[in-house]
Design a protein around this ligand. Sequence first.
Ligand code: GLU
Length: 402
Amino acid sequence: MLKTAKALITSAGKQLGLSSATIEQLLEINKEHQFEITLPDGKRFPAYRVQHNNKRGPYKGGIRFHPEVDFDEVRALAILMTMKTAALDLPLGGAKGGVVVNPRELNDAALEQISREYVRFLKDHIGPHQDIPAPDVNTNPAIIDWMVDEYSVLTGDTTRASFTGKSVARGGSLGRDAATGRGGVFALNDLLKDQGINDKPLTYALQGFGNVGSFFALVAKSDHPNWQLVAASDSATAVYNPKGLDAKTLADFKNGGGRFVDFDQKEQQISNDDLIGLDVDVLVLAALGDAVTERNADQVRAKYIIELANGPVNDAAFTTLNKRGVIILPDIIANAGGVVVSYLEWVQNTKNERWSEARVNSELKRYMTRAMRDLLQLSKSKQTSLTEAAFMLAIKHLLDVA
Ligand code: GLU
């Protein structure tokens, strides 16, 4: 993923006529923190926070808890955050954190200890005007609430603007939980509108029916009933029904702790690989990075891919798919809804305000629509893919060039 992120920035920088020295500067990471969290029972968990760039404002980006987190991946994700906040024109920089842990193997007490320890290690390097972490893969408002609490105890900060993605009761924003999925629906709609097909009947397959994917499907169901969900997967398996799946039924099943392998309906069970190769209009990638690589890029039959995960299409797959004319809506814009509403949460915290969900959603739409308009224009004027155009847009904002 790091290789892919660097390659995209380098190619976008070259197309903008930047010198290699300027491109190098864009890739430079400001600060890296690497430490180990030890629980009282002696279990140890490597942990990271990478602060890539704060030229536009405080560092911003989530913290993931996953057994496969590694330093280079966190670096790549931090770089992508800088590109994302810049593409959306938010006054924020980019960072990312991670802990090598499988939260499913731990009880709440252990997770709370890890969350609080994480903050104790980083307390001098984070804060409302320094670095504002948020949830990411396998982290949620409960974890963020522990972190904010720890930060407040350690520093006396009462604004709670030190983290975003808190529970609403602890200063979180209404609409934050659905924001990444909702932003993805806005972005895809703008793309399909540009193609003249957003009101036509379309089918889509969704890899990763977690927080982001499920909200995408729920919002799509209410805003665009003509987009039909035909397949959805979790980390183990996928369910498929060419006649359509109901997002609400699937969300209720998953929220009840279900696994698709046990989904007791008429739907066919297929593998995650089969899902990638389904004959659908849109492939929604909302699981993890590197989901489509040189290994399976040839299987993709969808005309459109929307990257709701970070870095789900690697460099080699991007080249193959781009050549074939598959249109990829890139992560740094497609999944930016989360960080946009994180920013709105931070604004509410710093002003001590509470906005209605309707206000949050309409602000989110404004940010997404503007970014999509600029993206589509740039991709047309430079005759380049949306992915390259998104990185060009971000770099233009970062360097403040027209
Ligand atoms: N983890 C989310 C992302 O990758 C949100 C980050 C944030 O809200 O700071 O964009």
